[in-house]
Design a protein. Structure first.
Length: 295
């Protein structure tokens, strides 16, 4: 009996539905088995097959099947928590200066160092095996390495500028008596010049009088500034202390990177290759485990 066009279309759609369901079931089954076996490498492959094929198998791959991969969207936090165990253990060896805090399930803050006043440096993206560094903090560290080539520290220029300002303010405080004496002399001179002024005052006399007025105003401005100079110096000293502390923290961070990687450039290279290097380490661990089981 011949199949009508409508029946044929329904049959074709049914086949598509069955195929799509089979793909979803297969994907979820593979994720389930990989979790049960704690086969982290397989989980990463399932989560991003395109990237895995490119960086691990060195071959081009069709785009990821998002309709299938989206099936685990609502459990990514838990997958991140699950996968973090081996990843953070690996990072503890490769990046011994980083420490991690899980502030909610599957989400981790990165801290640089275990010393006092350590900095929050960004977040760890477990599912994508990458660091999401705080741009401002990262740029400070990068600049620290650049400045060190000239034997300078990150806040050196700021500290020098503030120190010079404090020296100027202290000089104002120390020379208050001299300003008083200078003011008295200028006032006498101004009185003398003013006594010679009149309707036909000479240009030279006008210029002399204006010069004296300007000099007196400058002394008054300095005196006004000197009244708050002591507090300003104290405030500046606190700023310098804070900048010096930041210099110290940055020097600790710089040393941590140099001791581990040798240079900032090699640190950046390791970050770029983190995914491939980590997945490769999981492959090595898996092969070792298989070998041990066979013995």
């Amino acid at each position: 009996m011949a199949i009508s066009g409508h029946e044929q279309a329904a049959h074709d759609v049914s086949g598509i539905i069955n195929q799509r369901i089979a793909e979803k079931v297969s994907f979820l089954r593979q994720v389930d088995e990989a979790v049960k076996d704690h086969h982290d490498k397989k989980i990463y492959q399932l989560l991003d097959n395109q990237r895995y094929a490119k960086e691990i198998e060195h071959r081009e791959q069709q785009p990821n099947n998002q309709s299938v991969m989206s099936l685990v969207d609502d459990i990514t936090n838990y997958l991140s928590n699950f996968l973090s165990i081996k990843l953070i253990d690996y990072l503890g060896k490769k990046y011994p200066f980083f420490y991690y805090e899980e502030y909610e399930t599957g989400h981790y803050r990165i801290y640089f160092g275990n010393w006092w006043d350590r900095r929050e440096f960004g977040e760890l993206d477990v599912l994508n095996v990458r660091f999401l560094f705080n741009n401002d903090e990262y740029d400070k560290l990068k600049k620290t390495f650049e400045l060190s080539r000239d034997n300078k520290r990150y806040n050196s220029d700021k500290i020098d500028k503030i120190s010079a300002e404090n020296d100027r303010l202290q000089d104002l405080i120390d020379h208050q008596r001299e300003r008083e004496e200078q003011r008295t002399k200028l006032q006498e001179q101004l009185k003398d010049v003013s006594s010679r002024s009149g309707i036909w005052e000479s240009t030279k006399n006008k210029e002399s009088r204006q010069s004296l007025v300007d000099a007196l105003q400058k002394l008054e401005d300095e005196e006004e500034e000197s009244r708050t100079a002591t507090q300003t110096i104290k405030d500046n000293e606190q700023v310098v202390l804070s900048l010096s502390k930041e210099n110290t923290i940055l020097s600790y961070e710089q040393k941590g990177i140099l001791d581990t990687f040798g240079s900032f450039e090699d640190f950046e290279l390791a970050n770029r290759n983190l995914y491939a290097n980590y997945i490769k380490s999981l492959s090595d661990d898996q092969e070792k485990q298989v070998t041990d089981d066979e013995q």
